[in-house]
Design a protein around this ligand. Structure first.
Ligand SMILES: O=c1ccn([C@@H]2O[C@H](COP(=O)(O)O)[C@@H](O)[C@H]2O)c(=O)[nH]1
Length: 276
């Protein structure tokens, strides 16, 4: 999917919501556990209930990898259920020496070999250009590079001051601009770091930002939009637990739908306010 197509979907749906499919089998509603494939059934109902209100789905691969072969099969079946006009993110946080990164890229982008055809994958920048460029070798696919993460531990390294008063996350963003342009490269910025968004927008005026951390982690959607929105919206705001576990009863899909709609309705107002 191109940047323009993503922006058109945002305008059409009046939403920049990304629903996180972080499906933990221990948190599923009890009535689903009797089924042969509870994770896929749960995801199917969540996708059907929320697709109208979001422009992206983001399975965090850890929730599937932790269950071995069955988890990978569930992820593959889940991906088949996502409508083709919705942007997909493999939140896998990969990156290794070049030839290994090439294998990771094939795992998420080469459907013929692996069964997966994600639009994008999250990548850690720490190992540098040769660890990221294999992902960029796949035409029309996106790299979403970790810049400033939402967790407390982000302070351990990402805020470190380098020579000339530059912080490590700023260097990541600047350097990454020499690897790819805003048509193929997004950055992860936590919603809990909204105060940094003004600086980040100066460094990355045109890039989409994937912003996790609203909902369960307490980040503010209003602040993210105020400081982070650009002329093509430039934001994909993720909520996982706040939507998919809104209820663990038989009404889980209905409750997920209302949570997604609530966020979409707020986004609609914010799009009016900042994009006109
Ligand atoms: O900085 C980061 C990077 C990734 N994540 C991931 O996003 C979701 C957030 O889930 P919630 O339930 O909405 O808190 C999850 O998959 C994280 O691994 C992040 O939170 N922060």
């Amino acid at each position: 999917m191109t940047k323009q197509q993503l922006f058109e979907n945002i305008l059409k749906k009046r939403s920049f919501l990304c629903v996180g499919l972080d499906t933990d089998i221990t948190k599923l509603p009890k009535h689903l556990l009797k089924l042969d494939n509870p994770v896929v059934e749960f995801n199917k109902q969540i996708i059907e209930a929320t697709a109208e209100y979001c422009v992206s789905f983001k399975p965090n691969t850890a929730f599937y990898e932790s269950r071995g072969v069955k988890g990978w099969q569930d992820l593959e079946q889940t991906m088949e259920l996502i409508p083709s006009d919705i942007f997909t993110i493999a939140d896998a946080k990969r990156g290794d020496i070049g030839n290994t990164s090439e294998m990771y890229a094939r795992a998420f982008f080469n459907k013929k070999e692996s069964g997966f055809d994600f639009d994008s994958v999250t990548v850690a920048p720490y190992m540098g250009v040769d660890s990221v460029s294999p992902f960029l070798g796949f035409e029309d696919k996106w790299v979403i590079l970790l810049a400033l993460t939402s967790n407390n531990g982000s302070k351990d390294f990402q805020f470190s001051l380098l020579d000339g008063d530059e912080r490590l996350y700023e260097k990541v963003i600047k350097q990454a601009h020499t690897w790819a342009n805003a048509d193929r490269l997004m950055f992860v910025v936590g919603a809990t770091r909204a105060s940094e968004l003004e600086i980040i927008r100066k460094l990355a005026p045109d890039n989409f930002l994937l912003v996790p951390g609203v909902g369960a982690q307490g980040g503010s959607l209003q602040e993210v939009a105020q400081f982070g929105m650009n002329a093509t919206c430039g934001l994909l705001v993720n909520s996982s637990r706040g939507i998919i576990y809104a209820s663990n009863g038989e009404d889980f899909a209905e409750k997920a739908r209302s949570e997604a709609k609530k966020l979409r309705d707020e986004m609609d107002v914010l799009l009016d306010k900042y994009l006109g």
